[in-house]
Design a protein around this ligand. Structure first.
Ligand code: GLP
Length: 265
């Protein structure tokens, strides 16, 4: 696992945008996995800025969203489908039918969850999956206790998740009880994982995920099993890492041929 610690949240955003841009310019048919929540917003703004500057086009890009609430009316502003359109898709040149969101209507739930993994496979798999992290270590809506080999399915949200996400609704009680989320096994199938965390409220979860044991009690610790996982943090989110100094040394002395700008050539 590679750990990148940046001075500011803006630097984190630029770093994340660099990863996305590198994929888009090097792949003929890039497939991105995107997350919502507050964490990736600055990175999305940076991507929009690059699109507007004419240096980046999303015309060939397909997106699979990580998760979606169950039971919200179509177009509800708190739904993740609406959120990703509002924060990114509506502002770039991606084809409107190139965004895939896990189906979360009650009628088709069982079949469609299974289909989502098949749709990802049919698209050739996800090249780069962006992830945030919940304050108790969840990724997507894979709450503590989730199977590390789980596939896309419905999950019941933990009370702490509903509390944390109440700010996007009218309070915790308004947050749906259920969501459909890519499973941890689904996430691990992506060719590259990029977990982003900003702020001190994530420090404990980040340390447990990056340096603690691999356990379903900290779903993000499953990233340790992935051959190409990168964690991009600001200083506050990195505060509880034991090996922070070592991660900085790794970056300072990274051989030139391993640097991303080289890899993109
Ligand atoms: C939600 C989402 C996750 C997200 C997490 C952190 O529960 N399902 O995908 O990573 O919250 O969100 P935030 O970035 O707002 O802290």
């Amino acid at each position: 696992m590679e750990v990148l610690i940046e001075e500011t949240a803006h630097n984190v955003a630029k770093r994340v945008a660099d990863f996305v841009e590198r994929l888009i310019v090097t792949s003929p048919a890039p497939v991105l996995g995107l997350a919502t929540g507050a964490t990736p917003v600055l990175a999305y703004q940076e991507l929009i800025r690059r699109y507007r500057a004419g240096t980046l086009s999303f015309e060939r890009t397909r997106v699979f969203l990580l998760d979606e609430y169950v039971g919200l009316a179509a177009g509800h502003p708190g739904s993740y489908g609406s959120t990703i359109r509002r924060e990114l898709i509506d502002h770039i040149d991606m084809a409107t039918d190139a965004l895939m969101v896990p189906a979360s209507d009650a009628a088709s739930l069982r079949a469609s969850s299974h289909c989502y993994d098949a749709e990802i496979r049919d698209a050739g798999g996800i090249d780069l999956q962006l992830l945030g992290i919940g304050s108790q270590g969840h990724i997507g809506f894979n709450e503590p206790g989730s199977s590390l080999s789980s596939r896309t399915r419905i999950k019941t949200l933990a009370a702490s998740t509903r509390r944390d996400n109440g700010r996007f609704f009218g309070g915790a009680d308004e947050v749906p009880r259920h969501a459909v989320t890519q499973g941890i096994g689904t996430i691990l199938d992506a060719r590259q994982l990029l977990l982003i965390a900003i702020g001190s409220t994530k420090a404990k979860a980040v340390a447990a995920a990056v340096e603690g044991p691999i356990t379903s009690m900290v779903p993000a610790s499953a990233l340790q099993l992935h051959p190409h996982a990168t964690v991009v943090l600001d200083h506050s989110a990195a505060a509880d890492l034991q090996l922070a100094e070592y991660y900085a040394v790794v970056q300072r002395h990274k051989p030139q041929w391993l640097r991303p700008e080289q890899a993109a050539e």
